[in-house]
Design a protein around this ligand. Structure first.
Ligand SMILES: Nc1nc2c(ncn2[C@@H]2O[C@H](COP(=O)(O)OP(=O)(O)OP(=O)(O)O)[C@@H](O)[C@H]2O)c(=O)[nH]1
Ligand SMILES: [Mg+2]
Length: 361
């Protein structure tokens, strides 16, 4: 079957060929995947792109095979339910916010340009964890070259500002320029009909930090006017805790993920380690995350939660809802002598896919 590749796909492929850095290659591969028509004729190509992405990911972590360890300063391995990039002008409190929301201990100091490299931290929320990445300051004079890819690769962007600072408007403008350069379109703004297919639509929020220094919210009100429409604004104090709980909830919910608790027949659900899937995921998507053999041999599932009744039998295309409990039933795989082996019916406990594509918290 012909692949019918579009000119935009060819352009992304060209960018991949010309990419100098690891991150540029990764961005180009993601674009190729997004632009690739999804049908039978492109299945091999899809698998090939996925393989190349996995290899790049592996190299970023452990260095090219047989070669020297190759560290990409802008690469942060994705972990947990999703990744938010914290960007902003110097001294706004990005590191203080990372420290307040996660178990990380970044350096926080009363002078600019304290943070020199991206630093991740895991934010607990209910029974999952969301990854936040603190980054070096963004200014018109200097922004690390990898920032654009870091912003594009994240699932969401937090622009952290100090509303009491004199140059709030410049700080905001510099961050918006970076977001535009990264070809990220804020999900709160309507996408123009002639938008480039290469744009990535992600939530972009403005966090007005240091609310404790702005008691009656006068500065925050002025800042909101500068921010304009389509960018939700949160008022917090990283150091005093104000507004952090609301932000924490939004940082998970707005990733548009669902949590699924797997159970084996006759046993209790595993509430400790939910599988995290994209909203709209089906029983088959869950099975793929649990184990490819289970996905291949899936017969049906039983659902507790948003089903019509507890233990309802559903097929592979059933769309799951947040906090469903699911029991997967796979049929017997054929043994060597042609006799069907007994299917396991249940779910191997630690069967979540490894690597970056798994959304296991
Ligand atoms: N009053 C108050 N001060 C804060 C708050 N959050 C951070 N700060 C202070 O602001 C200063 C800068 O904080 P950082 O977290 O280092 O800021 P940053 O944005 O990471 O700065 P760079 O790494 O230099 O870009 C420090 O003196 C913090 O103590 C807050 O909520 N309230
Ligand atoms: Mg910092």
């Amino acid at each position: 079957m012909p692949a019918n590749l579009t000119p935009q796909y060819r352009e992304a492929e060209e960018r991949y060929r010309e990419a100098g850095s690891h991150e540029e290659k990764m961005v180009a591969l993601r674009e190729m995947m997004a632009l690739l028509p999804k049908h039978k004729g492109t299945e091999k190509l899809q698998a090939d792109i996925r393989r190349r992405m996995a290899r790049l990911e592996e190299e970023a972590e452990h260095g090219a095979r047989g070669g020297a360890r190759r560290v990409d300063p802008g690469h942060v391995r994705r972990e947990g339910a999703g990744q938010w990039a914290l960007i902003g002008p110097p001294n706004a409190g990005k590191s203080a916010l990372l420290g307040a929301l996660t178990h990380a201990h970044p350096e926080v100091a009363p002078y600019p340009f304290t943070t020199h490299a991206p630093q991740p931290g895991m934010m607990p929320f209910e029974d999952v964890q969301v990854q936040l990445v603190d980054t070096p300051a963004v200014t018109a004079a200097h922004t690390e070259s990898y920032m654009s890819n870091l912003v594009r690769n994240a699932d969401g962007v937090l622009v952290v500002l100090d509303p009491v600072a004199d140059d709030l408007e410049h700080g905001l403008a510099d961050c918006l320029t970076l977001i535009e350069r990264a070809r990220v379109w804020p999900s709160g703004r309507p996408l123009p009909p002639d938008a480039s297919p290469l744009l990535v639509v992600s939530p972009v929020y403005v966090v007005l930090n240091k609310a404790d220094l702005d008691g009656d919210g006068t500065f925050a009100a002025l800042a909101r006017e500068s921010v304009g429409d389509g960018l939700p604004v949160f008022r917090v104090s990283a150091e005093h805790g104000h507004g952090l709980e609301e932000l924490r909830g939004r940082l998970f919910r707005d990733l548009d993920r669902i949590r699924i608790y797997a159970k084996e027949p006759g046993k209790k659900p595993d509430y400790a380690r939910p599988f995290v899937l994209r909203s709209g995921a089906t029983v088959h998507d869950l099975a793929l995350q649990v184990h490819k053999d289970i996905a291949a041999n899936l017969r049906f599932a039983r659902i507790w939660g948003h089903a019509r009744f507890d233990g309802q039998q559903v097929d592979r295309d059933h769309v799951l809802a947040d906090r469903d409990v699911v029991e997967l039933h796979a049929c017997a795989a054929r043994g060597r002598r042609g006799t069907p082996r007994r299917g396991r019916g249940g779910i191997p406990h630690a069967g979540g896919r490894g690597g970056t594509s798994a959304l296991r918290p």
